[in-house]
Design a protein around this ligand. Sequence first.
Ligand SMILES: Nc1ncnc2c1ncn2[C@@H]1O[C@H](COP(=O)(O)OP(=O)(O)OP(=O)(O)O)[C@@H](O)[C@H]1O
Length: 276
Amino acid sequence: MSAVLKEFTVGERLLTIEGVCVSYDKPVLKKLDAKIDNIVRDGMQQGQVVALLGPSGSGKTQLFRCIAGLQRPNSGSIRLKSSTTQVMPGEVGVVAQHYPLFNHRTVLGNLLVAASRHTKDPKQAREKAVAMLEEFHLEDKAMSYPQSLSGGQRQRIAIAQQLLCSSHFLLMDEPFSGLDPLAKRRVCETIAGVSGKHDLNTMIVVTHDIESAIAIADTVWVLGRDRDDKGNPVPGARIQEVINLAEMGMAWDPDIESRPEFFELTKRIKRQFAEL
Ligand SMILES: Nc1ncnc2c1ncn2[C@@H]1O[C@H](COP(=O)(O)OP(=O)(O)OP(=O)(O)O)[C@@H](O)[C@H]1O
């Protein structure tokens, strides 16, 4: 299934990144701007999936931490929805690599901790946690402990946990790293499943994996440095390109990886990486 832009109506602003600078001894991010709008698509319930791609050392982790509210940029702002204040830790769900969970609690226990952050009523928290387990088809694992889960199951619990804490906004850090092709496909299916559950579900996936990024995203942000007149990189990265896969008819297609445009785009981004 592919969609074309004229079928979309643009809704509210979900994320605004404005003039973000992060520096240590040298600038890492420089006047970085980006935004995510809620795009309501006729006839489909579909959230937004943005893949943040960039060569190693370009500043993906720094940007990730800033969007999660875990790090304040030196200047500039990151705001959610219509808020006029900077994002705070906890407002955005963070699905870290390797999916840390409370190992001494059952799966349901893990979700109850998350659900209890938003309600003081234990009955309501339990209902929310159980509903989330059902949504992720993990009812039979409710009483299991995290050590007994597969990597894919841990990931789904970690996503469910973060959705309970932070409602619609999720940041995922390298969800494809170290996985074989079949496991990567399952992760893509999980991300597609979450983004298809609600129009407002918004995911930013930080990854090195260009193929998987194109397979799951509707938008790709390419992070990298500018070049000076002599072709040398200038310190301080920004979003060099926004690739609107939805507009190109390349989003939400389970067979995207067999299409010639997919190979072309992958090749182009790989070439571009060498120059960023
Ligand atoms: N605490 C710090 N002090 C000084 N420099 C730092 C610090 N943290 C990150 N940097 C620098 O910021 C730059 C960007 O790092 P970052 O980890 O965000 O890159 P990345 O794109 O996530 O890389 P990778 O893909 O290899 O994980 C690097 O040059 C790094 O050395």
